[in-house]
Write a protein that binds this ligand. Structure first.
Ligand SMILES: O=C(O)c1ccccc1N[C@@H]1O[C@H](COP(=O)(O)O)[C@@H](O)[C@H]1O
Length: 241
């Protein structure tokens, strides 16, 4: 059986590595300089980095120069998110050398463009399904989209390779992952799912790992690492068997 992949997160706002609560603008806690944070996760043994340009996601500017520098500097795999919504932003994101990009808002607002991106770039494209209940959210999680399962069926038919599923109400809250949601998504698709939101403990990671046979491939870990609930080494060990 495959082991659960772990993706430490570096989310950038105004040039700083931050964590938000439920994705709400204004709830930022700063954790310093993003390249240093990313390199620290790499040195601690991370195989992946989940890298988010929050300003681009919120439409309050961008940190593209910085995300490009981080993706270009790291040796590990990078999943790049935030504000990738058109040909120019997609080309620029892919050119950073990141392993894959994660499209959010575009999957709600520009379905034809996303279908074209999937057709052209295959598994370098993941779609972020960011939800409250089962309703998708876009534009920094401030706008409402359609039902998750409706969009999932469409994206599956278009050949989407992978989904990153975030329970917005758990994100940055350290209240545990939404295992029921993850299970429901895995039942609705045969594509791999990356879990996001709520991880607070090694027990949470072990619980997500029980869903690997159902299709959960990885878990994004943010606040729990930054607030030293456990170390990355402990997390990697917890999901190693
Ligand atoms: O990760 C967050 O905390 C977050 C908070 C608020 C909005 C977005 C957030 N994250 C990532 O942004 C992309 C969506 O960006 P876009 O809609 O494509 O511009 C999403 O995949 C999340 O990973």
């Amino acid at each position: 059986m495959s082991r659960l992949e772990l993706l430490p997160a570096v989310d950038i706002r105004n040039g700083q590595a931050v964590r938000l609560v439920k994705g709400a603008s204004g709830t930022e806690t700063s954790f310093g300089e993003p390249l240093g944070a990313a390199l620290a996760w790499q040195e601690a043994g991370a195989e992946w980095l989940h890298l988010v340009d929050l300003d681009a996601a919120f439409g309050t500017g961008d940190n593209r120069e910085l995300t490009g520098r981080i993706a270009g500097t790291l040796d590990i795999k990078v999943e790049l998110s935030g504000g990738i919504r058109d040909d120019e932003s997609l080309a620029r994101a892919l050119a950073t050398g990141c392993t894959r990009v994660n499209l959010g808002t575009a999957a709600l607002e520009s379905p034809e463009w996303v279908a074209k991106a999937i057709a052209e770039h295959g598994d370098r494209i993941a779609v972020g399904l960011d939800v409250i209940g089962t309703q998708l959210r876009g534009r920094g999680w401030t706008t409402e989209g359609p039902d998750l399962f409706e969009v999932l069926a469409r994206l599956d038919a278009e050949g989407c390779a992978r989904y990153v599923v975030t329970d917005v109400n758990r994100d940055g809250t350290l209240t545990g992952p939404n295992l029921e949601l993850l299970s429901r998504v895995c039942s609705a698709t045969d594509r791999p799912v990356v879990a996001s939101g709520g991880v607070s403990s090694l027990a949470d990671l072990r619980a997500i790992a029980t869903l690997v046979p159902e299709g959960v491939e990885g878990a994004i870990v943010g606040k729990a690492l930054y607030e030293h609930k456990f170390t990355l080494a402990e997390a990697l060990e917890a999901v190693s068997s």
